[in-house]
Write a protein that binds this ligand. Structure first.
Ligand SMILES: [Fe+2]
Length: 289
């Protein structure tokens, strides 16, 4: 049931969207986008999934600077029928799922300041657009995102949002994928992060485990630092098929009867690409004491 107390802020539409107001970005804000874009675009070949890199071409807009959502949506619409819409910040889950189920990706419109170059508490336009939009130009991933939105609407009625959110986290935000040339990154949280786009592939610290829907939805995750655990899909087709072919209702019942899995745990049933040393996380813990 929708919480009637959660209303959109003043100036936002009932679906929480707001105008991007592209003309209001300052030269400094456009320059920040260009700086982040150049840094990531240079790093990603050989690291990011080819499907992501193909979609990235879409963001090389007709002019430098922050993309205009109208122009971006026009191109995306032609490719896969998706749009990008601006929202004032985090939106309620039901609103988020409804947008995804209708092939609308919600994005923040603000951009980080120079002192936030590598750390942000709330996703900005660089994370949302550079990180998420390129794969929305891929027909299979585009369908997966819509299926996730529809799955969210069902999960809300089944009290299983927390389990489903882990699927988003470990795929859309922090997913790795196999390729003939080795592992590649595709999660938006990785491809938009200078540090994590190296760490996620090259560092011996995190675990890298084969994708397993049930196992993944039982696994805790961390939101405050680089991941200790990444899940590797075989292909976007695998991800979409599993999402469409799984009857999530009985799966949630099964998962909720089982204990949660701690972040670092490796199970005998896991396909292990890397058994991580967890040295990075340990060093961070030691610093914090
Ligand atoms: Fe994100």
């Amino acid at each position: 049931m929708e919480n009637p107390d959660i209303l959109p802020p003043a100036g936002a539409a009932p679906d929480w969207t707001i105008p991007q107001d592209w003309a209001r970005y300052t030269p400094d804000e456009h320059a920040m986008w260009d700086r982040l874009f150049a840094r990531q675009a240079k790093m990603l070949p050989g690291r990011a999934a080819p499907e992501y890199l193909e979609g990235l071409e879409m963001l090389r807009m007709s002019r430098p600077g922050i993309p205009n959502f109208d122009e971006l949506s026009e191109r995306l619409m032609q490719a896969t029928g998706w749009q990008v819409v601006a929202v004032p910040g985090l939106v309620p889950e039901a609103v988020f799922f409804d947008h995804l189920a209708n092939r609308r990706f919600v994005a923040g419109r603000f951009i980080r300041t120079p002192d936030q170059l590598d750390y942000l508490e709330e996703p900005d336009i660089f994370h949302d657009v550079f990180g998420h939009v390129p794969l929305l130009a891929n027909p299979v991933f585009a369908d997966y995102m819509q299926a996730y939105g529809q799955g969210g609407q069902r999960a809300a009625g089944l009290g299983a949002i927390d389990n489903l959110a882990r699927l988003y986290w470990y795929t859309v935000e922090f997913g790795l994928i196999r390729s003939d040339a080795g592992l590649r990154i595709y999660g938006a949280g990785i491809v938009s992060s200078y540090g994590e786009s190296v760490f996620a592939l090259d560092d011996p610290s995190p675990n890298r485990l084969g994708f397993d829907l049930q196992r993944l939805m039982r696994t805790k995750y961390r939101i405050d630092d680089y991941q200790q655990n990444y899940f590797v899909i075989d292909s976007f087709d695998q991800l979409l098929r599993q999402t469409l072919d799984t009857d999530f209702g009985p799966l949630y019942d099964k998962i909720q009867a089982l204990p949660e899995i701690e972040i670092e745990t490796i199970l005998p049933s896991d396909t292990v690409y890397t058994s991580g040393t967890q040295a990075y996380a340990r060093a961070k813990e030691a610093q914090a004491i």
